[in-house]
Each structure stands twice: as C-alpha cells, then as structure tokens.
Design a protein around this ligand. Structure first.
Ligand code: WT7
Length: 631
C-alpha cells in the first residue's frame, strides 16, 4: 500500500475512486483485527450515516503498541524533550510505553472508568499525556483532550457536554518562561461539573494544589497500586475513540466524534505515505496533543506505523528562537511538521538562530493549520530544508481525522502555497453559492467532498442534527469544509481560507460568535462584532468592534479594553483575546438587523476605499464614524 512514485500515486488514486471499498480494505488488512469486518463501507451524506469496516473488532492500542513488541520492542516510541533544555528528557521504547499505558489503564479502571465512559484530559505536553490518551483507548473509554490554554469555563463546557466522569490533569505546566496552574484551573471548572467523580493529578511543576478527599488522587500513588497487566478491550470499528471540541461559525464548540477503525486506518495511511516514513526515522510534530494534529500525527498515526515520535513540551522561542533547530540537531530529527505561524515568527529572529545548528538529518518538512504564504514557504525550503527536503503543505481539519489534500513527499511535485493534490480516497469538488459544481481547471469555489474517507467525523457528540446542519446541509449530498479553494491550470488545489465566520489565529481555530459572546459578557458592553484581519505572524488577527454602555473617554477606554481582554481570557482562554478593540456607537446593520461583516472586515483590513454597496444599511452614517475611528 506504500506509494513510492507518482505512477503509484495515480494508480492508487484511480483505484480508490473506482473501487473505494477494495482500496480501503486493502489498506486496512495490514492492521491487526480481532475479527474481520463484514462490509467495508456503508454510507449516505443525507442523515449522515457513515460506517467503515462494519462488524470489524479491534483495539487501536494493540495496533499502536502490542503489535510492535516482537519486532521493535526496544525501539524508541516516544522521545520527550522537556521545556527546559537542561532538564533530562525521557525516551520510551515501545515496550516501556506498552507497560506504562497498561498501568495507567489499570489506574483508570481502579477509579471507576469503563468502556464508553468519557474522560477529560487537561495536561502539559509530557509523555503522561500520550499515555493517558492511549490508556483510555486501551479500556474503551472515550477521551476528550482539552488544550492547556483553555479557561476553566471552556473546560466546564466541554466536560458537561460530554458528561465526563473523570479528569486527568497535572499540578501545573511549563510553557516557555511561564507556569500554568492546570489543577487550579480544573478546580474552578469542576465547581460546575457534577458528572465528574474523580480527578487524577500528575506532578510536574510541584506547585501547591488543593487535593479534595474522595475526589482527587495523585497519579504517582495510583500507579504504585497496579500491575502492567491490562488486556485490551475489544472494540467495534465504529465505537467512539475520542471526542475533540472545535469551533464553528455559531454557538459553542462542537464535539467532533472519531471512531476506532476508520480513524486508525486513515491516520496511519496518511502518516506513512505523506511523510514517506522509513523505519527508524524520528518524526517531530510540533503541535499540541490538545489539537487534532497532535492526536493524529504525534500519537495515533506514528505509533500505528511503529515510528519514533518526538514530543516537545515547550514553545519555539524558549529559551531562544533557535529551539526547534536545537531539537532537530540534538535528536537527529528526520521529519519536521509545524505550522506557518511558527515559521513566520522564527523568520523574524534572523538566520543566526538557524545557522549554528546541524539540520542535515532532515528529510521531509511539513506545514499544517493555515495557508502558508510564499515567503514563509521559501524560507522554510531555503534555510531549513536547504532546498533538499520536499515540503508537504497538508490541508485537513479536525473533522477529517487526517490529511486530505497534500503532496506526498518526494513523489508529488510541489508548488509554493499549494496543498497540491487529493490523497487516495479523497474526492474534492468545488461548488458555487448555489451548490452547482464548478468543473475544469483555473477555477475557484467552495471546497466540498463528495465521497467519504475512513477518517471522516461520524457525528457531533450528543447532537447529530447539528452535525448534519453544519457539514451536510449547505450543499445536499456533499460534505462542506467551510474553506474556499482554487484549482489551478494543473489541477492543483490551493486553500484560500475559511468562507464562514471561523477565524484562524496562529493556527488556532476560533469562532467569531464565540469571541463576541465572551466580549458581551463584560458588564459595560452592549453589543460587539468580531472579524479577522491579515496579521503578519498570526495569519489572522482578531478585530473587535464594541458598543459600550457609555462611550468611554481615552483613559477609561484603555482600562475598559484591558477588562474586555481579561473577560475573554476568563471565558474562552488567552488564545481568543482580540488584537484590536474599537469602540463604536453603532454597527452597520441591514434593515433586517443583520450585521454587514463584509464592511467591518474591509475596515479592519485597512481598506476603506471600496466598501461596496452600503445603501441597504439602516444607518449608513455609522460607517463613516467607524472608518474614522479605525485602530
Ligand atoms: C482549518 C481546520 C488540520 C489540522 C490543524 C487545523 C485551515 C488547515 C491548512 C493548510 C490552508 C489550512 C483550514 C481548515 N487549514 N490546514 N495546509 N492550508 N489552510 O485543524 O483547527 O480543525 O482547522 O484550518 O481553514 O478548515 P482545525
């Protein structure tokens, strides 16, 4: 199933379209199943109802761990690089990881967790995070990892939505020169979470924490009470593996649901092929396991392929902006997978941060999370890959489970800023506003998929109708990605960005409505409108137009802005803080009360020359006021 040449790719692609079931059955049979499936695919995009490998039984951890013990038990599975480069790291071989996952799984069982129970994981980027995730999978519990940058309120919303029974956390986290009091944030969250019975606390920063009798237990003490004997739970291919919350254009974040069989097959297949992984290579994905990139390409994809996955606790700029290159050099990294925002930020520190490191181990460079601009692409290519490493610009989403449109390293001819071609099994389609297919090349439109792949989301937790509405109703019969896309004369795809009210700030996905709701929770705020604007490093910045109770005078305005930022931090988390706030006396609304975001976006971009038709506005004068006060 391994693609080596462009011919292989074309053949695989053709088969995957002509006979998708045979194609994916071929891929899936390379894994270890307790019981084979009876039907490879059952689907419709109307309900939607999507099932892969129907009736198949497996446990993903047997594929990620047990399966490798005989052949590569002593090979590193996880290399952990701590935040502080002077602290000793950890290398876990497959045998050690297997042992630790089994122990942690027994700790979960001891604390009342069983198959189907939901477990919230709020952890630093330490090996125990990967171990916790795999321990859940081992016993059939459903993990919901929450990124360490989210607020107590956000954790509580996610815990309550999924009715989690247990939380796994740490006393604190190190991130650069900051220390984040994770347990204390969890304590705040749990005031409003009656479903949570137990909290397992790992020690990392050894910051003082409250430990409540009957609820909170220390991970280290629990681990002493168990053995490493934990047979894997037999799971149906379509049993839920995890929930991961992600933002959309309306309402609160949705719990995207992925299942055991299809997700495993898809994460592993794309990992191995896109990066052209070779046994023994070291793969360094810089994402956090709190996002889908970390789930698929730090934990499940690499481990399912028996790879060595590097897990980094810190940030790219600590102790200085050479840290990534330092890690590449130290661990002889072969594949580096990072985000354009990181590349742009490191570019700003100049080449002397790069030049004193040996980067000759690098073979493949990956990019993910947002469109990569030409300048960043070339810098990555010239100065990191030294023009000898293919760059794979991988386009995908939380909902897709794995990459959908991407070059295959060294196989697909790359083109800066292009995600290039669909991977085998992926059938993209561009449509216009009316849902009419836009055929041919040299065109652009809204990006949809007309056929399922094994990693597609199955539902949104507890609300299937919302899943249907969000992804399958805009263009009936199609999965709608929310992205705009161009297909050039060569048939190459270039993702141009979201066409809905979803922002991409430093690769973090944030809904404008979510930020507005948070701003509106501030006492002095009447109404707000949030839009994105181009930002040199973050990709997009957040611009908030705010109507206050009383228009604050200069000094008060600054104080109020700070309070608004604190409010957003408290409600969502620091990642959602607006970069710019402008107080306005009104918002440009149509007679039917709809905010004309198009105008607000233009002003935020600093382009006020051509605001288009404003005659349908209730009060066109408000536009001049906003233009004059733009920040
Ligand atoms: C959105 C999904 C994919 C894992 C990380 C983000 C944007 C993602 C690319 C890319 C252009 C990209 C899209 C997509 N996006 N990768 N290579 N080129 N845009 O997952 O948080 O679910 O966000 O990120 O707009 O819809 P996510």
């Amino acid at each position: 199933m391994r693609i080596r040449t462009f011919d292989d790719y074309q053949q695989a692609y053709q088969q995957s379209v002509e006979d998708p079931e045979a194609f994916w059955a071929g891929v899936a049979q390379e894994f270890q199943w307790r019981k084979p499936w009876t039907k490879t695919l059952q689907w419709n995009f109307t309900e939607p109802n999507i099932k892969w490998f129907v009736g198949g039984k497996l446990n993903i951890t047997e594929n990620c761990l047990d399966r490798h013990l005989a052949e590569r038990g002593d090979q590193p599975a996880i290399i952990w690089e701590p935040n502080d480069p002077h602290e000793a790291g950890v290398t876990l071989t497959y045998r050690m990881l297997h042992d630790q996952v089994c122990r942690m799984a027994n700790v979960l069982k001891r604390n009342g967790v069983g198959k189907g129970d939901r477990v919230c994981v709020y952890m630093p980027m330490v090996p125990e995070l990967a171990i916790a995730v795999l321990a859940c999978a081992r016993i059939g519990a459903i993990h919901s990892v929450v990124f360490g940058g989210f607020s107590a309120q956000s954790i509580a919303d996610r815990i309550n939505d999924a009715q989690c029974r247990l939380v796994i956390t740490a006393d604190g986290a190190y991130r650069g020169n900051k220390e984040i009091p994770l347990k204390s944030v969890v304590d705040d969250a749990l005031i409003g979470c009656p479903s949570v019975e137990k909290v397992i606390v790992m020690t990392r920063t050894r910051t003082p924490v409250a430990m409540l009798k009957g609820r909170d237990v220390w991970m280290e003490q629990e681990l002493k009470q168990v053995t490493a004997d934990c047979p894997a739970e037999e799971m149906d291919a379509e049993d839920v593996l995890f929930i991961l919350y992600t933002s959309g254009s309306t309402g609160k974040p949705k719990g995207v649901v992925h299942t055991c069989g299809g997700y495993m097959v898809y994460a592993a297949y794309t990992f191995e092929n896109v990066f052209q992984y070779e046994p023994g290579q070291v793969h360094f994905c810089t994402a956090d396991i709190g996002w889908i990139t970390g789930h698929s390409y730090i934990v499940y994809g690499p481990l399912a392929c028996g790879a060595t996955s590097l897990l980094f606790e810190g940030v790219p700029t600590y102790p200085d902006a050479g840290r990534f290159w330092d890690i590449v050099d130290k661990h002889q990294v072969n594949i580096l997978y990072t985000a354009p925002t990181a590349i742009r930020s490191l570019m700003g520190f100049g080449l002397d941060k790069v030049e004193n490191h040996d980067l000759s181990s690098l073979k493949v460079l990956g990019s993910v999370g947002e469109p990569i601009n030409a300048e960043a692409w070339h810098w990555y290519d010239d100065h990191i890959g030294k023009n000898r490493c293919p760059i794979v610009d991988t386009w995908w989403q939380t909902e897709t489970g794995g990459m959908l449109i991407s070059p295959i390293a060294g196989v697909t001819k790359t083109k800066p800023t292009y995600a290039t071609l669909p991977l085998p099994g992926v059938q993209p389609m561009l449509v216009d506003e009316n849902g009419k297919e836009i055929e041919g090349n040299g065109v652009s439109g809204n990006l949809c998929m007309k056929f399922p792949w094994p990693g597609i989301l199955r539902t949104t937790w507890g609300d299937h109708e919302r899943c249907r509405q969000t992804y399958f109703s805009t263009y009936p019969g199609l999965y709608f990605t929310g992205d705009g896309c161009l297909r050039d004369e060569d048939g190459y795809y270039r993702i141009t960005g979201r066409v809905d009210d979803v922002l991409n700030v430093s690769g973090h996905r944030i809904g404008t409505a979510e930020v507005e709701n948070a701003i509106n929770m501030h006492t002095g705020v009447v109404e707000s409108a949030v839009v994105g604007y181009p930002h040199d490093i973050k990709g997009q910045g957040i611009y908030a137009y705010v109507i206050a109770d009383a228009m604050p005078a200069d000094h008060d305005a600054d104080l109020t802005k700070r309070d608004i930022l604190a409010t957003v931090s408290r409600v969502i988390g620091p990642i959602a803080k607006p970069d710019k706030i402008q107080f306005v006396s009104g918002l440009p609304k149509t007679r039917s009360g709809k905010i004309m975001r198009r105008i607000l976006r233009k002003i935020a971009e600093g382009d006020t020359s051509n605001l288009g038709d404003t005659t349908t506005l209730l009060d066109p004068a408000v536009v001049d006021e906003i233009k004059a006060g733009a920040v």
